[in-house]
Design a protein around this ligand. Structure first.
Ligand code: ZN
Length: 144
């Protein structure tokens, strides 16, 4: 059972996280936590003209939340805000509907394994919700 949850890709991101750290003057950032598990994640995004040039995460918590944050950073780079929001919406919908399809990109597909463990879905979703929150706050400021 545990082997399915901690699939190779998830473990790999947990043990060797991509883009871990902080961005000193991000264009977007947000922090959120998952009280049930004690997971904490902060997401930082820096734009490069119209696309996301850099994404970093900082945080602590269970392996699923931290691996999911690492995976998130790899799928957002190079996207416009609109594309990034779509990617996040697709992922959260897949988790909610318990069905992954081809719209889920790259290493994010490995998180399908978490569906078998409903209590961990919140852990997997946390970084994605946090990134969504970061970009939503900025939207409000730009379009008051
Ligand atoms: Zn967790």
């Amino acid at each position: 059972m545990l082997e399915e949850l901690y699939q190779k890709v998830i473990l790999e991101h947990y043990c060797r996280p991509r883009n871990r750290g902080r961005i000193s003057s991000p264009d977007f950032s947000a922090h959120d936590n998952n009280p049930l598990c004690g997971d904490e994640v902060t997401i930082f995004l820096k734009m490069n003209q119209d696309v996301i040039g850099e994404v970093k995460f900082d945080g602590a918590g269970c392996s699923i939340s931290q691996a999911s944050a690492s995976i998130l950073t790899t799928v957002l780079v190079g996207k416009t805000i609109q594309q990034a929001n779509k990617t996040i919406d697709d992922f959260l919908a897949a988790m909610k509907n318990r069905r992954f399809n081809e719209s889920i990109e790259g290493d994010a597909r490995s998180l399908e394994g978490v569906l078998k463990f409903p209590v961990r879905i919140k852990c997997a979703n946390l970084p994605w919700r946090t990134a969504q929150k970061a970009m939503r706050i900025e939207d409000v400021c730009e379009n008051p």
